[in-house]
Design a protein around this ligand. Structure first.
Ligand SMILES: [Zn+2]
Length: 209
């Protein structure tokens, strides 16, 4: 996809996420890898009202070269691109149910959401490490995400929200949506001892890479 197409797709999918309640106010940020750099949503921008021409343009070293100033959470995106060479896009949301799970004191920090449905496993890949809380904008989060992202397509930031990667922007958005829905199911079923997929059922669903 060329840069013009990527800009249009960011605006379109971000608007869809906002309209359906996946992000509120100016929360959430989205980036896409280009041949010679990156596009990322600007700092303090609302995903529902993005301007394709004002998106932040970064060079291959993540230096701001055009457009509005980039999201202050740009280093979370950089960590995924550096850890995962095939990563084409990153979506970070404060979506309600995934963030609710990130606040639970008794969760399994290696796998906070059980494999209740196939699509969660297929989109997220069976691993969702939970990283400790950091103040938003604290660059100390970058090495921790980079380490975790080497073998995870998505991470959950404690008391903050999910960061999800994908081979393309569409893939990353679908995975972020699937993560939110899996978190919703998990919260709805808490205390009901639901049946999860078996390890064999999970293994046969896992995507390659
Ligand atoms: Zn955030």
């Amino acid at each position: 996809m060329d840069e013009t197409g990527a800009r249009r797709l960011i605006v379109s999918l971000a608007g869809s996420l906002f309209a359906r309640g996946f992000s509120a106010g100016s929360s959430g940020n989205i980036s896409v890898r280009l041949d010679d750099g990156y596009l990322i949503t600007p700092t303090n921008s609302c995903l529902g009202r993005l301007d394709a021409d004002a998106l932040s343009r970064l060079d291959a070293e993540f230096r701001h070269v055009a457009g509005a100033a980039p999201s202050k959470e740009v280093f979370m995106h950089r960590a995924f691109y550096r850890a995962r060479p095939a990563c084409g896009a990153v979506v970070h949301l404060h979506s309600t149910m995934a963030t609710a799970v990130s606040c639970l004191p008794d969760m399994d920090a290696a796998n906070p959401i059980p494999a209740l449905t196939p699509y969660f496993v297929m989109r997220i890949g069976g691993r969702l490490p939970v990283l400790p809380y950091w103040r938003p904008g604290d660059p100390a989060i970058e090495p921790a995400i980079l380490e975790a992202a080497r073998d995870a397509r998505a991470v959950l930031l404690a008391n903050h929200g999910p960061v999800v990667s994908g081979a393309s922007l569409t893939d990353a958005v679908y995975a972020a949506e699937e993560l939110e829905e899996a978190a919703r199911l998990f919260m709805v079923l808490r205390g009901m001892a639901p049946r999860s997929l078996t390890p064999t059922q999970v293994t046969e669903l896992l995507p390659r890479g």
